[in-house]
Design a protein around this ligand. Structure first.
Ligand code: OAD
Length: 250
């Protein structure tokens, strides 16, 4: 791996920050073998648009199809392991007095990597909830597709936020507070297209934070970032951590 140029100002900002907030998107899990949201269309699923499947209307119209798609994504997630990018963020949490990790990902890999203060804006694909009562429940093994609620018999849906739905109560408010109060805000592996999550870096910027983007590609946020680190998160984040915190880099 070639060493990339990391500006000295960014290294200092990270080293001395009292509060750091990070927003991640599906790009951070790409190196774990979980396809990014917009690329989750391979093999049998190539002809379906994820944006058409991840809706309440699609589930109402064809619960079997939507459940099978989620079953496929669940399998990818349960076979995946956290990568060096996830682990670098977990380590960063231990180095900073106040650290908040906001994620749009539903794969649970940040917690599995050891991150603790995590806000899951879009829920978690490994949980299910009753489509009538809204309660989180354990589906019965090897049953119907979609599985049914053990309490009332209604179809179970993944406990994730679909297009057009509200975020979990309090999640956006907590994320917004963490964005407004941090000194450094990192946007990692997200296309910065889906609101309200995509508004968070702008809130941080307006409150005077240093804004950093980590992404191999350009996004609508790029022009607003103070620092843009082009490359895969699994390489860039460990390097950032090493440069900011290893004793020899002082
Ligand atoms: P997208 O699929 O829109 O974007 C993934 C981003 O990751 C792109 O900008 C890629 O360039 C970048 N990327 C790819 N590989 C990377 C790597 N190795 N390291 C870093 N970045 C990499 O996924 P999201 O931005 O997460 O919401 O999508 C946001 C939301 O859109 C999802 O949570 C989902 C969808 O609507 C819901 O389902 C509610």
């Amino acid at each position: 791996m070639s060493e990339r140029e990391i500006p000295r100002g960014l290294i200092q900002a990270l080293r001395y920050a009292g509060r750091i907030t990070v927003l991640t998107g599906s790009g951070i899990s790409a190196e774990s073998g979980v396809p990014t949201f917009r690329e989750a269309r391979s093999g049998l699923w190539a002809r379906y648009d994820p944006q058409q499947l991840a809706t309440a209307e699609a589930f109402e119209r064809d619960p079997h199809l939507v459940s099978e798609w989620y079953e496929w994504r669940r399998r990818l997630v349960s076979e995946a392991e956290p990568n060096p990018g996830h682990r670098a963020l977990a380590e960063l949490e231990g180095r900073v007095p106040v650290f908040t990790l906001i994620t749009q990902n539903v794969d649970g890999l940040h917690r599995r990597a050891g991150s603790e203060n995590v806000i899951e804006l879009h829920g978690n694909i490994l949980r299910s909830r009753c489509s009538w009562e809204g309660e989180t429940v354990e589906p019965e093994e090897g049953g119907a597709v979609p599985p049914v609620c053990p309490n009332c018999g209604a179809p179970l849906r993944p406990d994730v936020v679909w297009f057009g739905e509200m975020l979990p109560a309090g999640a956006f408010e907590a994320a917004s507070e963490a964005a407004r109060e941090c000194e450094v805000f990192l946007s990692v592996g997200t296309s910065s297209l889906v609101y309200p999550a995509a508004a968070l870096p702008y809130e941080a910027l307006e409150s005077g934070a240093t804004l950093v983007e980590v992404n191999p590609s350009e996004t609508p946020l790029t022009g607003n970032a103070d620092h843009v680190l082009r490359g895969p998160a699994g390489e860039v984040l460990p390097e950032l951590l090493r440069k900011a915190f290893s004793p020899t880099s002082r």
